[in-house]
Design a protein around this ligand. Structure first.
Ligand code: 0A1
Ligand code: ZN
Length: 858
């Protein structure tokens, strides 16, 4: 255990590496508890004579040689995290460094470095896992080619690049593309592959293989299809062709994140690969498609062009998220995709930006880089790229990207390099725009209107509240896509991008026949909070008439939030019939697509309601917000009863399940209607029927939570029978646990979840299982987690304390459940504080969790 506080790493301290590594030879003699790793690095001095500092953690050093000669003991300084070779022990020019180390994959429960998942060897090297495999200058600006030899009895042995040779008990791989160490991967185990091939745009045939455990081969078809569509899309839209003979995906059950873009050998959490109607929901299919695309797109944005240092993480992640969102929009429809993306941005990123964990898209300091794989770096990073494209236009964006790929291929780059290609292509100075990368916090925009009978004047003001370490904020460049509507619903002024780049600005629109109704931030053209005093009548008007689907949805949401924040503070208040009428009109509108309708008929999340109460100056009571949502949902159901049932029945599709967007959209509307119907049925008979007829996981997962929420004995039976049928399938069991953690009524959720943790299948060291129970409870059963007696906080904390020594990354991520603690009443604040203090006081607390709790408490 380290005794002193872990150091803060700063962007301003960046220094070019003293040595580069041109090529790496690795040999692995695999053994579950004693794997031998032999490395040979071809090193090149880079900045003049200096000591050579290599990273290494949890390694047993067996030997080290320079140019074939062992080093004198006094030439080496070995610490728990580094190996330093003295400058005078190194020759003047190029040299080779050979190291032999021993590691223990089975003992590695952090799932970082080389570890074992159900008997299979597997690696995770981003961000700093390679240093747990061998001594290496483990930083992304060192790019080398790799040749790898694996020796073991495992039937399948994989690494990056192309296979070069193999025989009984060994396999060799060569990756010709220079890459940083974080993209290294190795897999070995008893796997089978689902195979296909792809003909690239220049006519090369690429082998495609998805490796899974033997029983899972029939669940790879959808992932393979998504992969081929991603490869074609990247050729057609970005002109990017794949660059090896082989592209492999491996599904593993124990994984901290979603997936990893290792060169030529992507490693996936199995939940984002395996799909069939009976185990995966429509949402799972959608996520599989998006994540397959995301990892594949990294081949160019991340791998061929990588990051100079980890502060530049958004360079690859923001751009790759932006690209996967574009792809999903092309596959599934842009309106619905945009609404889904914004819902997620607001739920995760806006919340992060408004609390103690707020940080810029390009952070300037960190203790543990794994804590910065955040919604801000990923999702806000993608929004910044979307704004850049809106500002320069689609055509200039395309030219800038072509220049980026041409100029920086094979390099480790910075945000400055990225901005420069746009400046060079457009001839504009983007210095002010670049503030989006350095300034944390979500800008708030206020709106003032003036009308003099002929000219309409729109005055926009921007303000960003202080965030940790950034008391003063500067104006940003904000694209405001705006349209103006007439009172009959016609578009008086079609969408135009206004550029707001000062604290306050006025825009004039001349010669209008009447005072228009503005539709601002169409398509959510910037990640901001619009604070516009607007009547519910105007919201209803825009909900009915706006030609922009995003704003149409937005107005329904704003209207609902207005009512919900009143209901949550005054349970006796009445519900405006106009809102219910507007929802009924929407439901009956034949021109709207079902997926959009399902979104527009859904109510905001409980967190959104709590935020709305706070904006109104109150302190939210989670239980009152939960009840407000139930009441409004019930009122909607009552108002639309006849129509709901009729449309619900009409959507009943007898054909076989298909995961295509149209069918999924219809199911999502049907699921939403089922939720409404169940509000009026104390014995949930429609949900029972829905479940009884379900031939796919989507339908099951629509009905099951409703039975659990209603506390019906039938829920127990259903859970029992699902368990019996699926107890050998971890992905289904994860959902089985999650449904209970999420839908158990808040009053006794903590007890129910505590009981789930006693279940023999609660394998808490598996991140998916831990998240399905503890994570879902803390993040998705909000009123249950925040129960006033603190039982939820204690349960989470007890489990975080247990998990931290085993898996710091997953612990730190879930500790983020406390990030909103200051938004609650004094009683809850004190309870949360006490529990966080218990974590902070732990001896040997990981630096991952220590950093998160430290920042939350600051
Ligand atoms: N680069 C991956 C995400 C990822 C990051 C870290 C990991 O382990 C600590 C694993 C995956 C992506 O963006 O998909
Ligand atoms: Zn990524």
């Amino acid at each position: 255990m380290r005794s002193e506080a872990p150091p803060m790493i700063k962007l301003s301290d960046y220094q070019a590496p003293a040595f580069l590594v041109r090529h790496v030879d690795l040999k692995f003699c695999l053994h579950p508890t004693a794997t031998r790793v032999f490395s040979r690095l071809e090193c090149v001095p880079n900045t003049g004579k200096s000591a050579f500092l290599l990273n290494g953690e949890e390694l047993q050093l067996i030997s080290v040689e320079i140019d074939g000669k062992p080093l004198a003991d006094d030439a080496l300084i070995l610490t728990e995290t580094t190996l330093e070779i003295a400058a005078d022990a190194l020759p003047d020019g190029d040299f080779t460094l050979c190291c032999e180390t021993e590691i223990n994959p089975e003992g590695n429960t952090s799932l970082d470095g080389l570890y074992m998942s159900k008997g299979m060897y597997c690696t995770q090297c981003e961000a700093e896992g390679f240093r747990k495999i061998t001594f290496f200058p483990d930083r992304p600006d060192i790019m080398a080619t790799y040749s790898v030899r694996i020796e073991s009895d495992e039937p399948v042995m994989l690494s990056n690049g192309n296979p070069t040779a193999s025989g009984p008990g060994w396999a060799e791989w060569h990756d010709p593309w220079p890459k940083p160490s974080y993209l290294f991967a190795l897999v070995a185990g008893n796997l089978v592959s689902y195979d296909d091939s792809f003909l690239t745009m220049s006519g090369r045939e690429v082998g495609l293989k998805i490796y899974v455990r033997p029983g899972d081969k029939h669940r790879c078809e959808y992932a393979m299809d998504a992969l081929k569509r991603s490869m074609r899309w990247d050729e057609q839209v970005y002109g990017r062709e794949y660059d090896l003979d082989l592209f492999m995906i491996v599904a593993v059950d124990d994984f901290n994140m979603g997936a990893m873009e290792n060169k030529g050998l992507n490693i996936f959490n199995s939940k984002y690969v395996l799909a069939s109607a009976e185990i995966a929901t429509d949402r799972d299919y959608e996520l599989i498609e998006g994540i397959i695309a995301h990892e594949y797109f990294h081949n160019w944005t991340g791998n061929r062009i990588t990051c100079r240092d980890w502060f530049q993480l958004c360079l690859k992640e923001g751009l790759t998220v932006y690209r996967d969102q574009q792809f999903s929009g092309d596959q599934r429809g842009h309106a619905v995709q945009r609404i889904d993306d914004v819902k997620m941005l607001r739920a995760r990123q806006f919340r992060e930006d408004a609390g103690p964990l707020a940080h810029p898209v390009r952070p300037e300091e960190y203790i543990e880089i794994n804590n910065f794989y955040t919604a801000t770096v990923y999702e806000k990073g993608a929004e910044v790229i979307g704004m850049l494209r809106t500002l320069v236009g689609a055509e200039a964006y395309e030219r800038a990207l072509t220049l980026y790929f041409q100029r920086h291929d094979g390099q480790a780059c910075t945000i400055e390099d990225w901005i420069k290609v746009f400046e060079d292509v457009t001839g504009t100075d983007l210095a002010q725009f670049k503030r989006w990368y350095s300034q944390a916090g979500t800008p708030r925009i206020s709106v003032k209107e003036d009308w003099d009978g002929n000219t309409y004047m729109l005055t926009l003001t921007q303000k960003t509240d202080p965030t940790p370490g950034q008391p003063d904020k500067q104006p940003l460049v904000i694209p405001v896509a705006s349209g103006l509507l007439g009172s009959d619903g016609t578009e008086l002024h079609s969408t135009e991008v206004l550029v707001l780049d000062k604290a306050e600005q006025t825009y004039r629109f001349e010669g209008l026949p009447e005072k228009p109704i503005p539709s601002l931030f169409r398509g959510f053209s910037a990640p901001v909070i619009v604070e516009r005093k607007i009547s519910n009548a105007e919201r209803a008007f825009l909900l009915a008439n706006d030609t922009d689907p995003f704003n149409k949805w937005e107005m329904g949401r704003a209207y609902a939030l207005d009512l919900l924040s009143v209901l949550a503070t005054d349970a006796e208040s009445t519900i405006e019939p106009d809102f219910l009428n507007a929802m009924a009109t929407l439901l009956e509108d034949q021109t709207l697509d079902p997926a959009f309708k399902a979104l527009a008929l859904s109510l905001p999340s409980i967190e959104d309601v709590m935020d709305a109460v706070r904006q109104g100056g109150g302190t939210p009571d989670p239980m009152a917000c939960y009840d407000a949502l139930s009441r409004l949902d019930t009122a909607m159901a009552g108002r639309m009863k006849g129509t709901i049932e009729q449309i619900y029945n009409a959507l009943d599709n007898d054909g076989p399940y298909t995961p295509d967007p149209q069918a999924a959209g219809e199911r999502s509307l049907r699921g939403r209607l089922l939720g409404l119907i169940s509000r009026l049925e104390p014995n949930v008979e429609t949900a029972m029927r829905h479940l009884a007829h379900a031939d796919n996981m989507t339908d099951i997962m629509q009905a099951l939570p409703l039975l659990i929420r209603a506390g019906r004995p039938e829920a127990k039976e259903a859970l029992g029978s699902i368990y019996e049928s699926w107890k050998h399938n971890d992905l289904v069991l994860d959902k089985w646990f999650a449904a209970q953690a999420m839908a158990t009524p808040p009053e006794h959720a903590a007890e129910a979840v505590a009981q789930l943790t006693e279940h023999p299948d609660f394998h808490w060291k598996n991140p998916n299982r831990f998240r399905s129970v503890i994570g879902v409870f803390a993040m998705a059963n909000v009123a249950g987690f925040h129960r006033a007696d603190g039982a939820g906080y204690k349960l989470l904390t007890d489990w975080l304390i247990r998990l931290d020594p085993v898996n710091p990354q997953t612990t730190a991520r879930l500790a983020g459940a406390f990030e909103t603690w200051r938004n609650f009443d004094d009683g809850r604040q004190a309870l949360m504080l006490g529990n966080m203090q218990r974590i902070a006081d732990l001896k040997g607390l990981s630096k991952d969790t220590g950093e998160i709790i430290g920042r939350i408490l600051e």
